[in-house]
Ligand binder design. Structure first.
Ligand code: UDP
Ligand code: MG
Length: 310
């Protein structure tokens, strides 16, 4: 019998975990039990509430549940990586704990795998229930990503997916510290089937994202998978130099033939500020990449496990 691993990153999810466990058993596990074995691998990402306690209680009701608990909050990317490193299934699913990822899709994913796909992933049909500004910014992000990187991240892509062992091993080969999984999933390739899902409300508890966090996440994505921002400074530099040369020639000719001598205070200040601004922005972009390199070179572990309950 093939084994399915379901990886669930959890950060302060005490309110929703029992419900999640109930749902996943009712809609998925009870239906596949005859053909598959399974493990439910919960990764407690340094929660400060009773998440670990709730998980331990759930484990008493089903010994297919495994728990990995971090020493502090390392972020969802680290939690997913830990799950992938520690799962033992032939097929692996990653899903959120908050039931925004409808469990019944797992059955559809299994169909996709039997059709011969290596990955079945979900994309959101719409962004219902999300604020206008958040939708706008995320669309903008996907556009930038699309324009600047060879790695295609689909509009509305989610982390909710099923993968074969071969794909999981390929993902684990990408050992970078700054992980942007949506990019990594796409980078490894393979035959991918996309299935559409509705945007669902969180069943309980609160989202961990805020505006600043999302901004950081978007920046991470762009920098991890594109060197385009670095090239922007070259292009801007070239354009400005060209304009400066043309302007220089014009001013030279004017002085030569017309003997014009304009004080030109405003234009000097404007151009100094303009060039100064461009230079600072370019250095800023450069520093973002250097900062990433710095973190990569340190080669720190992506997470630290405090407890492992198998
Ligand atoms: N999560 C995590 N570590 C974090 C933040 C979130 O493991 O630092 C988990 C969280 O418990 C949930 C999933 O990642 O299972 C998605 O988080 P959330 O629902 O807050 O994000 P959203 O759905 O709003 O994008
Ligand atoms: Mg959520």
């Amino acid at each position: 019998m093939k084994k399915i691993s379901i990886i669930v990153p959890c950060y302060n999810e005490e309110d929703v975990l029992s419900l999640f466990n109930e749902e996943i058993h009712k809609t998925v596990i009870d239906n596949i039990k005859e053909n598959y074995t399974y493990e439910l691998l919960f990764v407690n990402d340094g929660s400060s509430d009773n998440t670990l306690k709730v998980l331990k209680e759930l484990k008493n009701t089903d010994d297919h549940i495994r728990i990995i608990s971090f020493s502090r909050n390392f972020g969802k990317e680290a939690a997913m990586y830990a799950g992938l490193e520690n799962c033992t299934g032939d097929l692996t699913v990653i899903m959120d704990a908050d039931l925004q990822h409808s469990p019944e899709k797992i059955l559809e994913m299994l169909d996709g795998i039997s059709e011969g796909f290596d990955v079945v992933t979900t994309v959101r049909k719409n962004r219902k229930g999300e604020s206008k500004i958040r939708s706008f910014l995320s669309r903008l992000f996907y556009k930038c990503m699309h324009g600047s990187s060879k790695v295609e991240v689909k509009q509305g892509a989610q982390d909710y997916r099923m993968m074969t062992r071969q794909v999981v091993n390929a993902i684990l080969e990408l050992k970078e510290y700054n992980r942007f999984s949506k990019g990594i999933f796409s980078w490894v390739g393979f035959n991918v089937k996309y299935i559409e899902t509705d945007n669902r409300e969180r069943a309980a508890g609160k989202s961990k994202w805020n505006f600043f966090g999302l901004f950081q996440y978007a920046k991470e994505g762009l920098i991890s998978f594109s060197t385009m921002p670095l090239k922007i400074s070259i292009i801007l530099g070239l354009i400005i130099s060209f304009v400066a040369i043309v302007l220089g020639i014009i001013i030279f000719a004017q002085t030569l033939f017309l003997g014009k001598d304009v004080p030109g205070y405003a234009s000097t200040i404007v151009s100094v500020l303009f060039i100064g601004g461009i230079q600072l922005v370019s250095i800023g972009i450069l520093s973002e990449y250097i900062a990433k390199m710095y973190m990569e070179i340190k080669n720190r572990p992506k997470y630290i496990i405090k407890d492992k309950i198998d």
